[in-house]
Write a protein that binds this ligand. Structure first.
Ligand code: CP
Ligand code: NVA
Length: 314
């Protein structure tokens, strides 16, 4: 049974298929979408808040001819202490696929090991692969001629600022290696990429393409993309004051943007905290593609589900 728990769960030819399908779903939206999930019900179990992921999966399942069921942890027995494992075991007797947003990445892996239905990672503390694939697709919309998605990413430089040890940074460590991009992570001491992501990358068979620096200006130099994410991820609220203090020098400003290539993109997975990890003029400036990224969650995740559904039982 195929799952999508991390970037490297798909082979390059599947990633290429995802980008081509996302492109065609986007172009044909409202006219023709092959009903890849016809007759299927997919459940979304969310233990954390979400706007983009929740809505894009709900709409996407519907547009693929399937039926989505959204299950907030606190509305089901999971919120009263029933384990995610038992919950998923029960749900897999009812539904054709699971989309899970949770804290512990191991929990997600355990769910997938049930083996009977595909599981998609809708964000864990460790990784957010639906975001990475969407981000990469959003770049290909600028750089590809529509037939060479993967090739168009090769050799491009992404500079990522702020929390260089969170789920988005980890996901981009895998994504950059897989897509042949150079990733320069700029963040404060104590937030360097952890051993856990280095281990997953080593096991994936891709050579590392990232480096870490404490110097944001060096990172921004000649970058094709300047990317940032919140300094305080869901579940880290108690560390807010320390994180904000440590990451202040890594806010993406227009001065930093000017160090990148003239046509460099500004990207953020959202939600954004203006005046913290990014200044308002950059967030809404002419180089920003944040709302394309958000929209593309829908097209890319439909493509991910369509690829996974090829192996789903009727
Ligand atoms: N970027 C992202 O995953 O947003 P949500 O938390 O709103 O789903
Ligand atoms: N790093 C952020 C991403 C939100 C989409 C978090 O985990 O809260």
């Amino acid at each position: 049974m195929a799952h999508f728990l991390k970037e490297t769960d798909f082979a390059p030819h599947q990633a290429s298929e995802v980008f081509a399908l996302a492109q065609s779903f986007k172009k044909g939206r409202g006219r023709h979408t092959p009903p890849s999930l016809k007759g299927q019900t997919w459940a979304m179990i969310f233990s954390k808040s979400s706007t983009r992921t929740r809505v894009s999966f709900d709409v996407g399942i519907h547009e693929l001819g399937g039926h989505p069921i959204f299950l907030n942890k606190n509305d089901i027995q999971l919120g009263r202490g029933e384990s995610v494992y038992d919950t998923a075991n029960v749900l897999s007797r009812f539904v054709h696929g699971l989309i899970v947003r949770t804290f512990e990445h191991r929990e997600l892996e355990e769910l997938s090991e049930l083996g009977s239905i595909p599981v998609i990672n809708a964000l864990t503390d460790f990784l957010h692969p639906c975001q990475t694939y969407t981000d990469a697709f959003s770049m290909t919309e600028r750089w590809s001629d529509g037939t060479n998605h993967l090739e168009s990413l090769k050799g491009k430089k992404m500079a990522y600022f702020g929390d260089t040890a969170n789920n988005i940074a980890n996901s981009w460590i895998l994504g950059a290696a897989m897509f042949g991009m150079e990733l320069v992570l700029a963040g404060p001491e104590g937030y360097e990429p952890g051993d856990d992501i280095k281990k997953v990358l080593a096991e994936s068979g891709y050579a590392p393409t990232y480096s870490f620096t404490k110097d944001p200006e060096a990172a921004a130099c000649d970058a094709d993309v300047l990317y940032t994410d919140t300094w305080v991820s869901m579940g880290q609220e108690e560390e807010s004051a320390d994180r904000i203090e440590a990451m202040k020098p890594y806010s993406v400003t227009s001065d930093l943007m000017r160090l990148g290539k003239a046509d460099a993109l500004f990207m953020h997975d959202l939600p954004a905290y203006k005046g913290m990890e990014v200044q308002e003029d950059v967030l809404y400036g002419s180089q920003s593609i944040i709302f394309d990224q958000a929209e593309n969650r829908l097209h890319t995740q439909k493509a991910i589900m369509a690829v996974l559904a090829q192996g789903v039982r009727a």
